[in-house]
Ligand binder design. Sequence first.
Ligand code: VGL
Ligand code: ZN
Length: 205
Amino acid sequence: MASLDVQPDDLLLVIDVQNDFCAGGALEVPDGDAVVLEINSLMQRFTHIALTQDWHPPGHKSFASSHDDAEPFSVIDMPYGEQTLWPDHCVQGSPGAEFHEALQTDSADMIIRKGYRKSIDSYSAFYENDKTTPTGLKGYLQEREIRRIFCCGLATDFCVRFSAEDASRNGFDTYVIEQACRAIDNQSSLQAARDAMQQAGVNFC
Ligand code: VGL
Ligand code: ZN
């Protein structure tokens, strides 16, 4: 990545660098805080930066606590397919939903919130987990004439993965900056994510 020649029509997509995914958070990603300084320095090199923010209402259906007898990290069938159940996290307006306090967010030109509909989760920054409901980010980036997207943040195997796959499938030249990502890695989900991203034509740098 150090050698990469960043162009004016490149975008840095910073996924979910929020307190609940960092040390002491409700859905702590191992070593999650390590991405913050890495991303701060990357941000200085990009003209276009979009941040995503996982943003769930209380009682969101992706929370294990919203289902009888369900444990966090178990998988259930939802009308749109399989859904992993999580500890309550990134509740709208809560401290856990705020960006990590050391993340330098000032230079971002777009903040996109996702997962705000109670009955559907949204890992990807582009489409909710039904794979059809758009967040609007694609139209925004097309109108801004962005050509390449560089993804980083949390977590590699969930929100980074699905954002990168959708970016690539929707015609953007897509890269994942692995040193600026960390994974949850639940039941080999990191390996599955790498395979799926590769399949979708995502590059790693
Ligand atoms: C994420 C699980 C639930 C993520 C968000 O940001 O990767 N993972 N919500
Ligand atoms: Zn979430």
